[in-house]
Design a protein around this ligand. Sequence first.
Ligand SMILES: C[S@@+](CC[C@H](N)C(=O)[O-])C[C@H]1O[C@@H](n2cnc3c(N)ncnc32)[C@H](O)[C@@H]1O
Length: 213
Amino acid sequence: MSRTLPYSSEKITMPNSAKYWEDRYQQDQTGWDLEGPTPVLQAVMATISKDARILIPGCGLGWDGEALHKAGYRHVYLSDWAESAKRAFLTRVPDFPEDRFLTGDFFTWSTESPWIDHFDLVLECTFYCAIPPEKRENYVQQMAQILRPGGQICGLLFTFPLTDQGPPFGGSTEEYRQRFSLPFELTALRPHPLSIKARADKEVYFCATLQSL
Ligand SMILES: C[S@@+](CC[C@H](N)C(=O)[O-])C[C@H]1O[C@@H](n2cnc3c(N)ncnc32)[C@H](O)[C@@H]1O
């Protein structure tokens, strides 16, 4: 499959089930996968303490998680709905603690008490664009629950127009400014020089801090 992104030429609706995503992995329809870490996220990681509690939701094959783990970050958590993604990751990175790769629907597990106020940093990369757009407000609320006050969510968001076709579903800087307003404060929303070439004019880097209210 071509790696020219946004991540797929096929437009399939109803990405709202484990089976949908499981099938994509089993049928090798994973055009979003960079087969290595995301340069922008690597740059963010370089500024973060090795003791930070970091989550990558919808991590897929987990290349950024692998890079964090191998660089000595001690509290890395990954999450994905597709069991195949977890299996592939653990085969590649067998010394990663299995219980830190959380499966199940993010919108369900992230409301459970161990995770409330838990994370210092959430790294976003092609998860927001993969969920049904009607869940976006829910996404922001969940992030506000699982981050500690002062914690941050940083990563990449697409800027091609939002339509009913997807995933990937698009968005706009206007939307992101509004979504990551109180209880968040947006501290960055701009193109990033390390965006991969195929996405450079289609994504922005963003970072938002959860306010202590
Ligand atoms: C487009 S892929 C991106 C994967 C990875 N972030 C990357 O950039 O390679 C979206 C991922 O989100 C996962 N996903 C979608 N909805 C989810 C949900 N509700 N809970 C957990 N994971 C979900 C899918 O299984 C899939 O692996």
